[in-house]
Design a protein around this ligand. Structure first.
Ligand code: NAP
Length: 281
């Protein structure tokens, strides 16, 4: 079902490219335009059916767009939004897919020209891979997307961006950006931090023997540090709070182990096991 005449995607990597493919497959826009700094990326995006038209010129990319989706690394989203909003036509919408929301939403709900509304969004899907080569039309299938709302949020824009994501993911959840940042610190940023540390704490002969459990637990340590230093620093306080909660449970486990307290160890693990099993139901 066509919702927009033109959607422009800025940053045709894993997420931007996958969104373009998913939108084109579902015919959500008459035209999907890609803006990239690289001609090679644009060619590949077109070949992979992520966009209809590609350009390296920002004005050409956004002038006729009803909706512009920013899918660059997090630290480029605010500067890009401010630059592109000046080139967009009145009544058009701007959204993003960044993994951190509060600093972006707070900056952009105040810092844009009045005629362009900004809505923060974050699809909870992805992988440790990067670039248009890793993009897939099915990346978002079965996943959730968080769309953020504050007292300043334009309700028409919120409905339009939520409808777009509803066509691509299983579930859209609307919440304040600060709650988003606390939740993703716990379910995504902390696990990435743990995976990086697990790799750092393991060497030599042990690493050579790494099997399924180690590989599962460290898969996301293969993620790009350029993308993740940005995410960690943009969500620093929520991540530090999640690390503190984790540290509390870690100390409890260590105390049980150092006392050889089998019953306490089993209680802790049974509780965790039940919580994990409930996630699959
Ligand atoms: P990615 O595959 O590396 O794609 C990033 C895109 O941004 C690339 O197309 C790249 O363009 C462009 N870009 C990078 N630096 C740029 C610059 N200086 N100027 C202009 N364009 C630039 O990364 P991704 O995984 O799609 O992440 C994109 C966004 O999605 C991030 O904000 C991230 O937080 C969010 N996100 C990621 C995941 C995940 O699992 N990866 C999940 C949800 C949300 P070129 O092609 O020209 O290099």
């Amino acid at each position: 079902m066509r919702m927009f005449q033109q959607i422009t995607i800025v940053g045709l990597g894993l997420i931007g490219g996958s969104l373009g493919m998913a939108m084109k497959q579902r015919r959500l826009a008459k035209r999907v335009v890609g803006l990239s700094r690289s001609e090679a990326t644009l060619r590949q995006a077109k070949r992979r059916r992520a966009i209809d038209v590609g350009t390296t010129n920002a004005t050409d990319a956004v002038r006729d767009a009803d909706l512009v989706v920013l899918a660059t690394p997090v630290d480029l989203i605010v500067p890009y939004a401010k630059r592109l909003a000046r080139l967009m036509r009145p009544g058009s919408l701007l959204t993003d897919v960044g993994s951190v929301k509060a600093p972006l939403v707070r900056a952009l709900e105040r810092g844009l020209p009045n005629q362009v509304a900004f809505i923060g969004a974050h699809p909870l899907a992805g992988s440790e891979q990067r670039g248009i080569g890793a993009a897939s039309a099915s990346l978002f299938e079965g996943s959730s997307c968080i769309v953020t709302a504050t007292s300043r949020t334009d309700r028409r824009a919120l409905r339009a961006v939520s409808r777009l994501w509803s066509s691509v993911v299983r579930r859209v959840v609307v919440m304040p950006p600060e709650r988003h940042d606390r939740c993703v610190a716990a379910i995504s940023h902390l696990p990435h931090a743990l995976a990086f540390c697990l790799m750092e704490a393991t060497d030599g002969a042990a690493l050579e023997l790494a099997a399924r459990s180690f590989l599962d637990a460290t898969r996301v340590a293969a993620s790009d540090p350029e993308l993740w230093d940005d995410i960690f620093l943009s969500n620093r306080s929520a991540l530090l709070a999640a690390m503190k909660r984790f540290d509390g449970r870690w100390r409890v486990l260590r105390a049980h182990l150092s006392r050889s307290d089998r019953a306490a160890l089993r209680r802790l693990m049974s509780h965790a096991q039940a919580k994990r099993q409930a996630l699959d139901n």
